[in-house]
Design a protein around this ligand. Structure first.
Ligand code: NAD
Length: 473
């Protein structure tokens, strides 16, 4: 069995106990990880704090060069890291629409390379006979990163790379379900970064809470569920930590009447089911006009029945298992509630045989707003198809949700689709696509889907504070 440890002050570090990491395709442990408590958080934060002044004073060009080396390390170790991501998450190496571990590593490399090229130049607000006023960006100090289990390595990269480039030091805590790819990356990064610049601790919510409450952490960047995000906001109040919160979504997709649905069916299916729906910005509520409702249902059901579900290490697999047993139970519960609400199951509806956490890709028709499956984020391979007749009514229903991460409108008339998409209450509005994120486009949630954005110069700026310099003349 593979062994992993925490990483503190430039060295591997044991914890108080070790935990098993389960391969969700088999239900059996494939690795053991050293797991810490608040005393390990204290040690990691002390190391990051001690490393901060020198790292913050390191010229930007040198930090950029270090980040470029990290991209090279990800590339050089891609096969090993892909294998770990598949073992810990269950997602296929390739996967539906090629959205699997290969994409997770490709994304991690691409985001690192792109972010390395970003800059936050000094802005001049005034330069005249009265004064010179410059706006400088300064690192915050120690950044605490807390990550979820669905895209563990890519999300870790989204957090740590902009933090490091802007001169912060980092303590990262991966999800205890999926710590191995992050720990291996942090260990590899130790050959590039000075001791203490990046540290990793492992543990459950109490270890995350110890970071959130730590007086010497200046910012928390968190990706995970909305309930945990609320606890983090409360805990961060003591020393007014800066926050970036990327939280849950319940993204609506609206297909306008007359859309060529045969042409978009593959993309809609992938937007809903890639990574088994375990993506924050997966399409989770699909609104279809009554004139095309049955036909769209058939197109999606055919795909749900044909998609290959299995062990992610098998190259023919398109969808793996659900990542953990607790999430599988949530999906089973939502399927039961959909049955009780009169949902018509066009495909799936039940667990698949075997020890792994497999659930059949499921399409449910005839539900409407007010059903749990429509109102709540399922985060699994189950999608409700909701009928509508009136555009203003469907827009109101799409917006009638406390989440606001993404949303999409699909139609032949692109201008009409874009005009409607801009009226969605969401951080991102997509037209004729859904969930496609990229490193140059800011991404974040409104309403209870989050605070702040990631990616691009806007995302980079969130790892800095402004210092205004005024020189009187
Ligand atoms: P989660 O909130 O249960 O856990 C996320 C992380 O927080 C884990 O590392 C966990 O150990 C830690 N944690 C738990 N309790 C804590 C506490 N009290 N204080 C500090 N840390 C604590 O989320 P999850 O189940 O791992 O992830 C799934 C959720 O993440 C979904 O809702 C999904 O939509 C969301 N998500 C959002 C984005 C985005 O960019 N908006 C991306 C991916 C996932």
């Amino acid at each position: 069995m593979q062994q992993f440890s925490m990483y503190i002050n430039g060295a591997n570090s044991a914890g108080q106990k070790s935990i098993d990491v389960i391969n969700p395709a088999t239900g059996a442990a494939f690795a053991q990880v050293q797991c810490g408590d608040s005393s390990d958080v204290d040690r990691a934060v002390a190391a990051a704090r001690a490393a901060f002044p020198a790292w913050a004073a390191t010229p930007w060009a040198e930090r950029k060069a270090a980040v470029q080396k990290l991209a090279g390390l990800l590339e050089a170790n891609m096969a090993e890291l892909m294998q770990l991501v598949t073992l810990e998450t269950g997602k296929p190496l390739g996967g539906l629409a090629q959205i699997g571990s290969g994409m997770e590593l490709g994304g991690a490399i691409g985001w690192t390379q792109y972010t390395a090229e970003l800059e936050l130049p000094v802005e001049v607000a005034q330069d005249d006979e009265q004064a010179l006023i410059e706006i400088h960006r300064k690192p915050l100090g120690v950044v605490g990163s807390i990550t979820p289990w669905n895209w563990p390595l890519m999300i870790a990269i989204w957090h740590v790379i902009p933090a490091l480039l802007t001169g912060n030091t980092v303590v990262i805590k991966p999800s205890p379900y999926t710590p191995t790819s992050t720990l291996r990356f942090v260990e590899l990064a130790g050959s590039v970064l000075p001791a203490g610049v990046m540290n990793a601790v492992v543990g459950e919510g109490d270890v995350g809470a110890a970071m959130v409450n730590h007086a010497d952490i200046n910012k928390i960047v968190f990706t995970g569920s909305t309930p945990t995000g609320k606890k983090i906001m409360q805990g961060a109040a003591d020393n007014l930590k800066r926050l970036t919160l990327e939280l849950g979504g319940n993204d609506a997709g609206i297909i306008l009447p007359g859309t060529d649905i045969e042409r978009i069916a593959d993309e809609i299916f992938a937007a809903c089911f890639h990574n088994n729906g375990q993506t924050c910005a997966a399409l989770k509520r699909l609104y279809v006009h009554s004139s095309q409702y049955e036909e769209m249902g058939q197109l999606l059901a055919e795909r749900a029945k044909a998609v290959v579900v299995g062990d992610g290490l098998d190259e023919s697999t398109q969808l793996g298992p659900i990542q953990n047993a607790a999430q599988l139970r949530i999906v089973e519960e939502l399927a039961d509630s959909a049955k009780a609400d009169g949902g018509r199951f066009l495909a799936g509806g039940q667990r698949l045989p075997g020890e792994g956490y497999f659930f059949a890709p499921t399409i449910v028709a005839d539900l409407t707003d007010g059903s749990r499956l429509v109102d709540e984020e399922p985060f699994g391979p189950i999608v409700p198809l909701i009928k509508y007749d009136d555009i203003e009514d469907v827009l109101r229903r799409a917006n009638d949700n406390d989440r606001g991460l993404g949303g999409s409108v699909w139609g032949n008339d692109v201008a009409a689709a874009a005009a409607l998409a801009m009226r969605l209450e969401s951080g991102t509005a997509w037209v004729n696509t859904h969930g496609s994120i990229q490193p140059n486009a800011p991404f974040g949630g409104v309403k209870q889907s989050g605070v702040g954005v990631e990616f691009g110069a806007h995302g980079l700026a969130e790892y800095t504070s402004i210092q205004t310099l005024k020189i009187a003349r």
